[in-house]
Design a protein around this ligand. Structure first.
Ligand SMILES: [Zn+2]
Length: 259
């Protein structure tokens, strides 16, 4: 179906890159935020894109996203950008808790970890990059606010996963990323550790944006937060343990964003 055969009252896509608007009923007004200031990337995590699309448009699912990007790079819009789509769920970034109210959500068709984590096709990633550029340009969204679902909900979510090519996005002008520091030696902090070094690590994660409590205890939440950080920024080893490479990469990332 093309835009021309949809019914007369079908909204037009906000992005010129979207082929059509297939409306989802799952949205409300943005709360307290006039315009989105971040982009959250997801994988659909279902066997097929068709199933995911049907789910995202089903009123009983109570989930949606602004855009879906298919394996072949086709982009479909489900919710107008002015509206609050329901994709992030319970989430925190930079101390803010209602990420749905301040974000654009993009679902990338991929069966995810449960479906064997197949790689994202080249043309799909090219479309994600073009769409993110378009959205970030139109809403003046900063590169460091293009995030993974796992970044904003590390205890619940692992999408779009460590196979998602954040390095390529960065090279092509989308998101914030640096080459990870080399992996050498074992963990310096891991589950069960306590004390000022753990507080320092939690403070660094919080400074970058993650929603982890500064408790001084390397608890499950800290481990999952470190794993989320690794999934995005040091994807070759995602184990939730803070080794030198993890801590160094985080430190350099914080420095880079201040420049
Ligand atoms: Zn997600």
């Amino acid at each position: 179906m093309t835009l021309s055969d949809t019914s007369g009252d079908a909204p037009r896509p906000d992005s010129p890159l979207a082929a059509e608007f297939l409306a989802s009923p799952n949205h409300t007004e943005r709360r307290g935020v006039a315009e989105p200031d971040c982009v959250i990337l997801h994988y659909t995590g279902m066997p097929t894109g068709a199933e995911a699309l049907a789910w995202l448009r089903n009123p009983s699912s109570e989930v949606s996203a602004h855009y879906v990007v298919w394996e072949d790079g086709r982009i479909v819009q489900l919710v107008g950008e002015a509206r609050r789509a329901w994709h992030a769920g319970l989430s925190v970034w930079k101390g803010e808790r209602d990420l749905n109210s301040r974000s654009i959500g993009i679902e990338i068709v991929n069966p995810g970890h449960e479906g064997g984590a197949p790689p994202f096709p080249n043309q799909q990633i090219a479309a994600v990059i073009a769409l993110c550029r378009d959205i970030c340009d139109r809403h003046a969204i900063k590169p460091e606010r293009v995030l993974a679902h796992s970044d904003v909900a590390p205890a619940r979510k692992i999408d779009p996963g460590e196979r998602f090519p954040w390095d390529r996005l960065w090279r092509e002008g989308v998101g914030h990323w640096i080459k990870p520091s080399p992996i050498e030696g074992g963990p310096i902090l891991q589950s069960g550790a306590e004390g000022p070094p753990v507080r320092a690590l939690q403070a660094m994660l919080t400074l970058y944006g993650y929603g982890v409590e500064i408790t001084g205890v390397y608890d499950k939440a800290t481990e999952l937060c470190v794993a989320a950080f690794q999934r995005h920024f040091r994807p070759s080893k995602v184990d939730g343990e803070a080794d030198v490479s993890t801590v160094e990469t985080l430190r350099r990332l914080i420095e880079a964003v201040r420049k």
